[in-house]
Ligand binder design. Structure first.
Ligand SMILES: C[S@@+](CC[C@H](N)C(=O)[O-])C[C@H]1O[C@@H](n2cnc3c(N)ncnc32)[C@H](O)[C@@H]1O
Length: 227
Protein backbone atom coordinates (compact mmCIF):
# COMPACT_ATOMS: atom_id res chain seq x y z
CA UNK A 1 0.00 0.00 0.00
CA UNK A 2 1.27 3.47 -0.86
CA UNK A 3 0.77 5.92 1.99
CA UNK A 4 0.64 9.72 1.83
CA UNK A 5 3.92 11.42 2.76
CA UNK A 6 2.48 12.34 6.16
CA UNK A 7 1.29 8.81 6.99
CA UNK A 8 4.56 7.36 5.66
CA UNK A 9 6.56 9.62 8.01
CA UNK A 10 4.37 8.43 10.90
CA UNK A 11 4.81 4.78 9.85
CA UNK A 12 8.60 5.28 9.65
CA UNK A 13 8.72 6.66 13.19
CA UNK A 14 6.55 3.79 14.46
CA UNK A 15 8.95 1.36 12.78
CA UNK A 16 11.96 3.07 14.37
CA UNK A 17 10.46 3.28 17.86
CA UNK A 18 8.50 0.05 17.73
CA UNK A 19 7.70 -1.43 21.12
CA UNK A 20 5.95 -4.80 21.13
CA UNK A 21 3.72 -6.16 18.38
CA UNK A 22 0.32 -4.60 18.91
CA UNK A 23 -0.74 -1.07 17.94
CA UNK A 24 -4.02 0.72 18.46
CA UNK A 25 -4.70 3.51 15.97
CA UNK A 26 -7.24 5.93 17.44
CA UNK A 27 -9.21 7.96 14.88
CA UNK A 28 -8.09 5.61 12.15
CA UNK A 29 -10.49 6.79 9.41
CA UNK A 30 -9.64 4.33 6.58
CA UNK A 31 -7.25 2.18 8.67
CA UNK A 32 -4.46 2.94 6.20
CA UNK A 33 -1.79 3.20 8.90
CA UNK A 34 -2.53 -0.06 10.78
CA UNK A 35 -3.07 -2.01 7.54
CA UNK A 36 0.24 -0.74 6.13
CA UNK A 37 2.16 -1.60 9.33
CA UNK A 38 0.76 -5.14 9.51
CA UNK A 39 1.18 -5.74 5.77
CA UNK A 40 4.81 -4.61 5.94
CA UNK A 41 5.42 -6.93 8.90
CA UNK A 42 6.31 -4.07 11.26
CA UNK A 43 3.70 -5.28 13.77
CA UNK A 44 1.68 -8.47 14.15
CA UNK A 45 -1.67 -7.02 15.09
CA UNK A 46 -3.55 -3.72 15.20
CA UNK A 47 -6.82 -2.25 16.38
CA UNK A 48 -8.30 0.33 14.03
CA UNK A 49 -10.52 2.51 16.23
CA UNK A 50 -12.87 5.33 15.30
CA UNK A 51 -15.77 7.19 16.84
CA UNK A 52 -17.88 7.18 13.68
CA UNK A 53 -19.42 4.33 11.69
CA UNK A 54 -18.48 5.82 8.28
CA UNK A 55 -14.72 5.56 8.98
CA UNK A 56 -15.19 2.12 10.57
CA UNK A 57 -16.96 0.90 7.41
CA UNK A 58 -14.16 2.42 5.30
CA UNK A 59 -11.67 0.61 7.58
CA UNK A 60 -13.47 -2.71 7.09
CA UNK A 61 -13.20 -2.22 3.31
CA UNK A 62 -9.45 -1.54 3.52
CA UNK A 63 -8.91 -4.52 5.83
CA UNK A 64 -10.88 -6.85 3.52
CA UNK A 65 -9.14 -5.57 0.42
CA UNK A 66 -5.80 -6.48 2.01
CA UNK A 67 -7.15 -9.73 3.52
CA UNK A 68 -6.02 -8.80 7.01
CA UNK A 69 -9.24 -9.60 8.90
CA UNK A 70 -7.39 -11.74 11.44
CA UNK A 71 -4.76 -9.12 12.22
CA UNK A 72 -6.43 -5.71 11.92
CA UNK A 73 -9.54 -5.44 14.09
CA UNK A 74 -11.93 -2.49 13.61
CA UNK A 75 -13.45 -1.10 16.83
CA UNK A 76 -16.17 1.54 17.03
CA UNK A 77 -16.04 3.95 19.96
CA UNK A 78 -14.73 7.21 21.36
CA UNK A 79 -11.01 7.73 22.00
CA UNK A 80 -9.25 4.89 23.81
CA UNK A 81 -12.49 3.46 25.30
CA UNK A 82 -12.69 0.60 22.76
CA UNK A 83 -9.26 -0.72 23.83
CA UNK A 84 -9.74 -0.59 27.61
CA UNK A 85 -9.82 -4.42 27.88
CA UNK A 86 -7.23 -5.05 25.13
CA UNK A 87 -3.58 -5.91 25.33
CA UNK A 88 -1.79 -3.08 23.46
CA UNK A 89 1.85 -1.99 23.20
CA UNK A 90 1.72 1.25 21.20
CA UNK A 91 -0.97 3.82 20.50
CA UNK A 92 -1.13 6.26 17.57
CA UNK A 93 -3.44 9.29 17.48
CA UNK A 94 -2.97 11.22 14.24
CA UNK A 95 -4.62 13.81 12.04
CA UNK A 96 -6.66 15.62 14.71
CA UNK A 97 -6.27 18.91 16.56
CA UNK A 98 -4.01 19.17 19.63
CA UNK A 99 -6.94 19.91 21.95
CA UNK A 100 -8.94 16.85 20.81
CA UNK A 101 -5.82 14.68 21.12
CA UNK A 102 -5.35 15.94 24.70
CA UNK A 103 -9.03 15.24 25.50
CA UNK A 104 -8.65 11.67 24.21
CA UNK A 105 -5.45 11.11 26.25
CA UNK A 106 -6.91 12.67 29.37
CA UNK A 107 -10.13 10.62 29.27
CA UNK A 108 -8.14 7.40 29.81
CA UNK A 109 -4.97 8.70 31.47
CA UNK A 110 -4.05 5.25 32.76
CA UNK A 111 -2.90 4.34 29.23
CA UNK A 112 -0.13 6.97 29.49
CA UNK A 113 1.66 4.88 32.14
CA UNK A 114 2.49 1.82 30.09
CA UNK A 115 2.32 2.63 26.38
CA UNK A 116 4.47 4.31 23.81
CA UNK A 117 2.54 6.97 21.90
CA UNK A 118 2.94 8.32 18.38
CA UNK A 119 1.03 11.58 18.10
CA UNK A 120 0.53 13.81 15.07
CA UNK A 121 -1.70 16.81 15.64
CA UNK A 122 -2.42 19.14 12.73
CA UNK A 123 -2.66 22.23 14.96
CA UNK A 124 -2.26 23.13 18.64
CA UNK A 125 0.98 21.23 19.17
CA UNK A 126 1.91 23.54 22.03
CA UNK A 127 -1.25 22.48 23.90
CA UNK A 128 -0.34 18.83 23.36
CA UNK A 129 3.33 19.17 24.39
CA UNK A 130 2.39 21.13 27.51
CA UNK A 131 -0.11 18.43 28.47
CA UNK A 132 2.47 15.67 27.91
CA UNK A 133 4.97 17.53 30.08
CA UNK A 134 2.42 17.90 32.88
CA UNK A 135 1.81 14.15 32.68
CA UNK A 136 5.56 13.39 33.07
CA UNK A 137 5.92 12.17 29.53
CA UNK A 138 9.27 12.40 27.77
CA UNK A 139 9.42 13.24 24.07
CA UNK A 140 11.76 10.57 22.68
CA UNK A 141 11.83 11.94 19.14
CA UNK A 142 9.99 14.19 16.73
CA UNK A 143 9.52 14.17 12.98
CA UNK A 144 8.61 16.93 10.54
CA UNK A 145 7.19 16.35 7.05
CA UNK A 146 5.69 18.44 4.27
CA UNK A 147 2.69 16.98 2.48
CA UNK A 148 0.43 18.90 0.07
CA UNK A 149 1.98 22.19 1.16
CA UNK A 150 1.24 21.62 4.85
CA UNK A 151 4.04 20.98 7.34
CA UNK A 152 3.21 18.34 9.95
CA UNK A 153 5.01 17.41 13.16
CA UNK A 154 5.05 13.96 14.75
CA UNK A 155 5.81 13.21 18.40
CA UNK A 156 7.00 9.92 19.90
CA UNK A 157 6.58 9.88 23.68
CA UNK A 158 6.22 7.75 26.79
CA UNK A 159 6.06 8.11 30.55
CA UNK A 160 9.28 8.87 32.43
CA UNK A 161 10.22 8.91 36.09
CA UNK A 162 12.46 11.94 35.51
CA UNK A 163 10.62 15.26 35.34
CA UNK A 164 11.24 16.95 31.99
CA UNK A 165 12.12 20.63 32.09
CA UNK A 166 10.41 21.61 28.83
CA UNK A 167 9.59 25.31 28.56
CA UNK A 168 7.33 27.47 26.38
CA UNK A 169 9.79 27.32 23.46
CA UNK A 170 9.82 23.54 23.64
CA UNK A 171 6.01 23.49 23.63
CA UNK A 172 5.83 25.56 20.42
CA UNK A 173 8.90 24.43 18.51
CA UNK A 174 9.37 20.89 19.85
CA UNK A 175 12.29 19.93 22.13
CA UNK A 176 13.80 17.53 19.56
CA UNK A 177 12.99 19.55 16.43
CA UNK A 178 14.59 22.72 17.82
CA UNK A 179 17.76 20.84 18.73
CA UNK A 180 18.14 19.73 15.12
CA UNK A 181 16.60 22.49 13.02
CA UNK A 182 16.21 21.49 9.39
CA UNK A 183 14.90 23.27 6.28
CA UNK A 184 11.28 22.34 6.97
CA UNK A 185 11.53 23.68 10.52
CA UNK A 186 12.69 27.06 9.19
CA UNK A 187 10.06 26.99 6.40
CA UNK A 188 7.27 26.38 8.91
CA UNK A 189 8.37 29.10 11.29
CA UNK A 190 9.19 31.75 8.63
CA UNK A 191 5.64 31.15 7.32
CA UNK A 192 4.22 31.48 10.83
CA UNK A 193 6.22 34.66 11.38
CA UNK A 194 4.64 36.24 8.28
CA UNK A 195 1.17 35.14 9.41
CA UNK A 196 1.67 36.62 12.88
CA UNK A 197 3.04 39.89 11.45
CA UNK A 198 -0.01 40.21 9.17
CA UNK A 199 -2.33 39.56 12.11
CA UNK A 200 -0.54 42.25 14.12
CA UNK A 201 -0.92 44.75 11.27
CA UNK A 202 -4.66 44.11 11.22
CA UNK A 203 -5.07 44.69 14.97
CA UNK A 204 -5.51 47.96 16.78
CA UNK A 205 -2.49 48.58 19.02
CA UNK A 206 -4.65 48.40 22.15
CA UNK A 207 -6.40 45.22 21.12
CA UNK A 208 -5.91 42.53 23.82
CA UNK A 209 -4.67 40.02 21.20
CA UNK A 210 -1.89 42.37 20.08
CA UNK A 211 0.19 41.54 23.20
CA UNK A 212 -0.17 37.82 22.51
CA UNK A 213 0.74 38.20 18.84
CA UNK A 214 3.77 40.38 19.66
CA UNK A 215 4.93 37.73 22.13
CA UNK A 216 4.57 35.03 19.47
CA UNK A 217 6.58 37.12 16.98
CA UNK A 218 9.35 37.57 19.57
CA UNK A 219 9.35 33.83 20.29
CA UNK A 220 9.61 32.88 16.60
CA UNK A 221 12.28 35.50 15.80
CA UNK A 222 14.28 34.37 18.82
CA UNK A 223 14.06 30.73 17.76
CA UNK A 224 14.92 31.14 14.09
CA UNK A 225 17.84 33.43 14.90
CA UNK A 226 19.21 31.15 17.63
CA UNK A 227 21.89 28.72 16.53
C1 LIG B 1 -8.80 13.55 9.96
S1 LIG B 1 -9.12 11.88 10.36
C2 LIG B 1 -7.48 11.29 10.60
C3 LIG B 1 -7.35 9.90 10.10
C4 LIG B 1 -6.00 9.24 10.30
N1 LIG B 1 -5.69 9.06 11.71
C5 LIG B 1 -4.91 10.05 9.63
O1 LIG B 1 -4.05 10.59 10.33
O2 LIG B 1 -4.91 10.12 8.40
C6 LIG B 1 -9.74 12.00 12.01
C7 LIG B 1 -10.54 10.76 12.41
O3 LIG B 1 -10.69 10.79 13.83
C8 LIG B 1 -11.99 10.36 14.14
N2 LIG B 1 -12.29 10.89 15.48
C9 LIG B 1 -12.62 12.15 15.82
N3 LIG B 1 -12.83 12.23 17.15
C10 LIG B 1 -12.58 10.99 17.66
C11 LIG B 1 -12.63 10.44 18.96
N4 LIG B 1 -12.95 11.17 20.03
N5 LIG B 1 -12.35 9.12 19.10
C12 LIG B 1 -12.03 8.36 18.05
N6 LIG B 1 -11.97 8.83 16.78
C13 LIG B 1 -12.25 10.14 16.59
C14 LIG B 1 -12.85 10.88 13.01
O4 LIG B 1 -14.07 10.15 12.90
C15 LIG B 1 -11.93 10.70 11.80
O5 LIG B 1 -12.12 9.47 11.17
Amino acid sequence: MKLSKRLQAIADLITKYKQGEILADIGTDHAYLPVYLVEEGVIEKAYACDIASGPINASIETIQLHQLEKQVIPLLGSGMNPIIDKNIDMISICGMGGKLTVDILDENKEFLDHHRFILQSNVGLEILREYLTNQNMVILDEGIVKDANHIYEIIVCEKTSEKQEYDEKDFYFGPCLRKNKNGLFYEKWYRQLEIQKNILKSLDENHPRAIEVKHMIELIEGEINAS
